[in-house]
Design a protein around this ligand. Structure first.
Ligand code: URA
Length: 489
């Protein structure tokens, strides 16, 4: 069967054809995927071609984890000519091999994960290294900007939403060899690729860039190796600041010596007051390549003042393949002693509600936004005290890394602290209740209340309804996990 896709990144076309081929149980070896760039005359071989229309009488469900689809949509942007068939093979194999994606040594799974990583890296580079130049002014006075960029893969449309959000108030166009994306304040459009000459190469903003770059350049922190790997040579041509680098590097040693000789200058009073309120984000120096490494690194975290009083850090627990992650606020008294999350009264209530919702805690990764217990001593007791914004920000790095290793499909946040940590902004919990929120990486978020709140509410009117709603939130997560397996159909 030959499938003709509309473009090199025709994910929709691939998805429809793959679903139908899978339904008909066509072996990956019998499928040929073509794009306008790769069309060949294969009719001579007697193969059939066309689109695979859905056979409505055959209601065999093709199931696949949502994360596979998210990854597939990205991996399709690779230049690997085998990408469509490899993705189809994964889909086809998954129908009879449900643990396929957990086998990270499987060559197809490995290819998928590595490919997705490469795409993410490429998107990141595009976000970081696109430099706009002034291209003109519209008749209504609105300024227009243009940029030339050469991504490694066809990631233009994956990278575009970032620019749309960040530069919503200006007209811009990004030209690459494969595509031109443009934004006029209302719609995002894509058309054929262009050439470097289509975009102005210099403008009066360049000097601002260079002044800014020279001002933030720290000669005492010069690390050429890191600079080269972060900013590969192929991007240099488009970036005004790169012209400055040789001179800055040449002068750096002398400047660093002068800084040492001069001695430290004291920060201003305002800067001191500000830094007393904030804390740096955790950055462990050790190599972290698994959730266990992360847990070990977290156990010696002293990035905020909480580590000084708590007995130990309380890291998340649960399988690193969990599809559901629950994020609480911070460990309580019992958790601080046990070194495990949700083992006290709030944990008992959480466990009971999970069971009522038909979920098994064993399958869930349970963690907290803040990993150390914050409390106020009162006699022999230690009374819970909510973490500050500084604590939440300082601890976010750990949660982000937990998400990176576990890659949950769904996150349920318990209370405002957890929600704030995940959304990385101040939140009003009520605004986010009873809805599904899609995070930037495709993870679904359900914002729920904290079981400790339900415990505090227990004697009051309305407690019953609040608890029922909490259980409904958990049921929503369960239903999503189940329905997710019908995502292809
Ligand atoms: N409350 C939380 O938010 N987390 C725990 O681990 C225990 C209580």
């Amino acid at each position: 069967m030959i499938i003709e896709l509309e473009s090199e990144t025709d994910f929709r076309g691939w998805r429809i054809a793959a679903r139908e081929a899978c339904r008909r149980d066509i072996s990956p070896d019998d499928m040929i995927w073509q794009t306008p760039d790769t069309v060949q005359d294969l009719f001579a071989a007697g193969s059939g071609t066309g689109t695979l229309k859905q056979n409505r009488e055959d209601d065999r469900k093709i199931v696949v984890p949502r994360q596979f689809l998210t990854k597939a949509e990205r991996v399709i942007c690779l230049s690997d000519p085998q990408r469509f068939s490899r993705l189809y093979r994964l889909l086809w194999r998954y129908q009879t091999h449900r643990t396929l994606f957990e086998t990270i040594t499987d060559p197809d799974v490995c290819w998928l994960n590595e490919g997705e990583k490469a795409i993410r890296r490429d998107i990141h580079k595009m976000h970081a290294f696109v430099r706009f130049r002034m291209a003109g002014t519209r008749s209504d006075g609105r300024e227009q900007f243009a940029a030339w960029f050469e991504p490694t893969y066809r990631i233009e449309m994956l990278a575009a939403p970032f620019f749309q959000k960040r530069f919503a108030n200006m007209d811009w166009v990004i030209v690459t060899p494969n595509a031109t994306i443009s934004w006029n304040g209302a719609t995002l459009q894509t058309s054929a690729g262009g050439r470097r000459e289509d975009v102005p190469s210099d403008d009066e903003q360049e000097d601002h860039w260079r002044t800014y770059f020279a001002a933030i350049f720290n000669p005492a922190r010069l690390k050429l190796g890191a600079m080269r790997s972060e900013m590969p040579k192929k991007y240099w041509q488009n970036m005004p600041e790169t012209r400055l680098i040789p001179e800055l590097v040449r002068r750096s040693q002398a400047q660093a010596n002068a800084m040492v000789e001069h001695g430290p200058t004291l920060p201003s009073k305002t800067a001191r007051a500000l830094s007393a309120r904030t804390t740096d984000v955790a950055q462990p120096a050790v190599q972290i390549s698994s959730l266990n490494d992360l847990k070990a690194a977290c156990s010696s975290c002293t990035d905020c003042d909480l580590s000084a009083c708590a007995s130990q850090s309380v890291f998340g627990e649960g399988p690193d393949t969990a599809r559901l992650m629950i994020v609480g606020e911070q460990p309580g008294d019992r958790e601080d002693i046990a070194g495990r999350p949700f083992v006290g009264p709030a944990g008992d209530l959480l466990n009971a509600c999970l069971s009522e919702a038909g979920l098994d805690r064993k399958d869930i990764y349970v963690t907290n936004a803040v990993k150390h217990f914050r409390f106020t001593p009162r006699g022999k007791r230690r009374l819970h005290k909510s973490p500050s914004v500084g604590h939440i920000d300082a601890c976010r790095w750990w949660l982000v890394q937990e998400r990176r290793f576990v890659q949950p499909e769904i996150i349920v946040t318990l209370g405002a602290t957890a929600l704030r940590s995940v959304l990385e902004k101040p939140v009003e919990l009520q605004t986010y209740r009873n809805q599904l929120i899609e995070l930037e990486d495709g993870t679904q978020l359900i914002a729920s209340v904290h079981p400790a709140y339900l415990l505090r509410l227990a004697q009051f009117e309305g407690a019953h309804q609040e608890k029922a709603q909490f259980i409904r939130d958990l049921v929503t997560a369960k239903t999503l996990l189940e329905s997710d397996h019908a995502a292809m159909s």
